[in-house]
Write a protein that binds this ligand. Structure first.
Ligand code: GAP
Length: 486
């Protein structure tokens, strides 16, 4: 593979060709930065989600899970600061009074340049826009628009206002009457607020003692302005978040703990350490007293995969103020400094927040390999997805050598015995070699071939995806063999 851009394109094509990810509403030419997960992708995604959920909740006794609604009372977003601060830049044309998102305006101009055969100018314009956007340099952005003579499509002039902020939340309306501000609700831009507003519900009904955590997996929506990196940056995506409620003053030690724990979670999946790095935030949000990203080496470079944030008591305090309902916890543990119980306080929060789609992309891009298998006599190659077995969409494919002579029946029997334990797949079309290649391309760790010998001695061939080694094993051992690998 010549370079990372080509590798990224190859992964995107592979994802589509093998049923992992399709552009949303593709028959209508798709919807920008929205994707559908296909039959293989939804399995892989579910396996990642289940693995996270199990390690964050089932395997710990201090974290429980919830599933809050996507719609929340609109005041939630006022309290959290999203209504006032969750913004992106936009610009107005003074002659037509038409308002544009800055990225849309520049991208539309880049498309015109491309159509005129000026590919390079188009690409450098978009690159310049992206770096100015990343730096929040609105003066520079306006200059870019003016220097490139980007005109309003309606007035045809380049008479622009200064650039202003545009809120990233999607709004919609509740109830039958439209257009009234009171009916306005938002699609949540993060799942975290569903956890904060349920802090006391969970603490009281679950008799939870601080420190404890609440985990959640769910959809989030952001009207992203730079949304061109496949599932890395989407307008509808999924987050796996956990808020860990701690005693004030202990947040730095819990922050260090979760920073380490989360990296270990990634490494335990078998993803190599050199693909990860921490990026500690120097410039902190006003409510945070420490924050970092766990970055992954995607084909588009090292980028944020997960965030660990020490959010102080900001969110609970804000909700207390806006709801006028106390968000306090009574801690009856004795403070050794005073000899008295710690008493009432608003807990501090350490958050871990990972994008499920980004984790999907990390797993997929790391798994993707193009291998040259040529020998002096024969040219050969394969594309293989080396997923960790526990995440693979299909764990075991069962392939009868022939469509007749009772071989399919034996293969289906094997599937019936194993399918309660793990996902199996039956395939009888094409030669065995082609079927192996197809299973490699789907990342299936084990292929079982049923042949004529099977009828005699109840053994099958099991082929290992990564080594391509084959061994003969009794049918009776298959289930345990695969279960052990998982
Ligand atoms: N509650 C904290 C929070 O939402 P964030 O850094 O904005 O923090 C957390 O988002 C994670 O969600 C990111 O690390 C990323 O993995 C994922 N994420 C954020 N925006 C995304 C988008 N537009 N598309 C896909 N994943 C996204």
């Amino acid at each position: 593979m010549a370079n990372d851009t080509q590798l990224f394109q190859a992964i995107i094509s592979h994802a589509k060709e093998y049923g992992f990810i399709f552009p949303s509403s593709e028959i209508y030419d798709g919807l920008q930065a929205v994707y559908d997960y296909g039959q293989m992708g939804s399995e892989l995604k579910k396996n990642i989600k289940d693995h996270w959920w199990k390690s964050m909740t089932q395997l710990r006794d201090d974290v429980v899970g919830i599933d809050a609604a996507i719609f929340m009372h609109p005041t939630t977003w006022k309290a959290s600061g999203h209504v006032d601060n969750f913004n992106d830049p936009m610009i107005d044309n003074r002659d037509s009074n038409k308002r544009y998102r800055v990225d849309h305006l520049v991208e539309a101009h880049a498309e015109t340049l491309k159509a005129a055969g000026k590919e390079k100018e188009a690409a450098s314009l978009v690159t310049a826009m992206e770096s100015l956007l990343a730096a929040d340099d609105f003066t520079g952005l306006k200059k870019l628009i003016e220097e490139n003579r980007i005109n309003c499509a309606v007035s045809g002039t380049c008479n622009w206002t200064d650039i202003r902020q545009f809120n990233l939340m999607f709004a919609t309306e509740f109830g039958a009457t439209s257009g009234e501000e009171d009916n306005k609700v938002y699609l949540r831009p993060e799942t975290a607020q569903g956890i904060f507003v349920n802090f006391l519900n969970v603490q009281k009904t679950g008799r939870m003692k601080v420190p404890f955590g609440i985990a959640q997996v769910g959809k989030a929506f952001r009207n992203e302005i730079v949304a061109r990196q496949f599932v890395f940056r989407m307008r509808e995506f999924e987050q796996m978040e956990m808020q860990f409620f701690v005693r004030p003053g202990t947040q730095q030690q819990w922050y260090a703990y979760w920073k380490e724990q989360r990296l270990q979670w990634h490494l335990a999946l078998g993803l190599p350490a050199e693909k990860y790095r921490y990026h500690d935030h120097i410039k902190l949000a006003h409510y945070a007293d420490a924050a970092c990203d766990i970055e992954f080496d995607f084909p588009i470079g090292f980028k944020e995969l997960e965030g660990i944030h020490s959010r102080t008591d900001f969110d609970l305090r804000q909700h207390q103020e806006y709801s006028k309902k106390k968000q306090q916890y009574f801690d009856n543990d004795v403070d050794p400094a005073t000899g008295k119980p710690y008493g009432n306080y608003i807990p501090y929060v350490v958050e871990t927040s990972i994008g499920l789609d980004r984790m999907f992309l990390a797993v997929l891009s790391h798994a993707y390999q193009e291998q040259d298998l040529s020998t002096p006599d024969k040219q050969d190659s394969r594309v293989v997805l080396k997923f960790p077995p526990k995440l693979a969409p299909i764990k075991m494919a069962v392939l009868p050598l022939n469509k007749k002579d009772g071989l399919p029946e034996i293969a289906l029997d094997i599937i019936n015995t194993c399918k309660q334990d793990f996902r199996c797949f039956y395939e009888e079309k094409d030669s065995i070699g082609k079927r192996y290649r197809r299973m490699d391309a789907l990342g299936t760790p084990f292929c079982v071939t049923v042949d004529y010998q099977t009828k005699e001695d109840q053994t099958v061939t099991i082929r290992h995806r990564d080594s391509m080694q084959q061994e003969r094993v009794p049918i009776a051992r298959l289930r345990d063999l695969v279960n052990e690998a998982l």
